[in-house]
Design a protein. Structure first.
Length: 249
């Protein structure tokens, strides 16, 4: 079997399906090729050939496929994402198992079925700047899924949960005492990068949780300097008081 050619045909098949507006015949041909590719690697303990990496699975190809299905480079979403659910299911079933990075691509698409997002929510895939679970938390409107992700160990995921307007009061109140950071860059750490900042800023957070931040009950602690933590907690307490005043006015 010429797996490199098969991988190239799968990539081209994705392009054709998108351009043909989810034509059933094109979908079937893509699915057949994707099944063959998956079966080959399943038989070979998922040891991926370099040629297939380059043809279908590396970062450049992930970016290319993201442009096709999300109308945006990898880990983003544009104005015209595909609504071809069958295509998204094919990628999840037969391509994602070969390369976990495709989970992040699928997580960004607003038409990815919820049952797939729940499976992807178990992923531990992350890059230096982003994670699959972080993208789900950013784009989903499923409050139950957001609640599940609020316990994720990845700081950027919890940060996105706290920022999401679909997060429930119950979920935000759980996160109110969280001292986690969004994945920091190599520069200074900004207060907006903390989970608790986003909890304060989210209108679904309860008055009770805001009061506990405002009175210092939910003070941030950690390995940073005493001066940094004191200034941070003072800022968050003032922000929480301001939000409480705004709600009372």
């Amino acid at each position: 079997m010429d797996v490199e050619k098969l991988a190239e045909e799968v990539l081209e098949g994705i392009r054709i399906v998108v351009e043909s507006s989810c034509d059933p015949g094109n979908l079937k041909e893509l699915e057949n090729n994707a099944i063959k590719l998956f079966a080959y690697y399943e038989e070979n303990n998922f040891e991926i050939d370099y040629e297939v990496e380059v043809a279908l699975l590396d970062y450049d190809r992930q970016d290319e496929i993201s442009e096709l299905i999300n109308d945006s480079p990898w880990d983003g979403i544009g104005d015209n994402p595909t609504d071809c659910v069958e295509l998204l299911e094919i990628i999840f079933k037969y391509i994602y198992p070969l390369e976990s990075g495709f989970g992040l691509v699928l997580a960004c698409n607003p038409n990815t079925p919820n049952k797939i997002l729940w499976e992807l929510a178990k992923s531990d895939f992350q890059t230096e700047e982003h994670a699959t679970t972080q993208s789900i938390a950013e784009y989903t409107s499923d409050s139950d899924l957001l609640d599940f992700l609020s316990s994720n160990s990845h700081g950027g995921t919890k940060w996105m949960v706290a920022k999401n307007p679909a997060a429930s009061t119950h979920t935000l109140d759980k996160l109110a005492s969280d001292s986690g950071l969004n994945m920091p860059n190599w520069g200074d750490i900004d207060s907006e990068m903390f989970v608790q900042y986003q909890v304060i800023d989210n209108p679904n957070t309860s008055v009770e949780a805001l009061k506990k931040i405002a009175d210092g009950t939910y003070a941030i602690s950690g390995s940073r300097s005493v001066e940094f933590l004191e200034a941070l907690n003072l800022e968050f307490q003032e922000l929480a008081k301001s939000e409480l005043q705004s709600r009372n006015s």
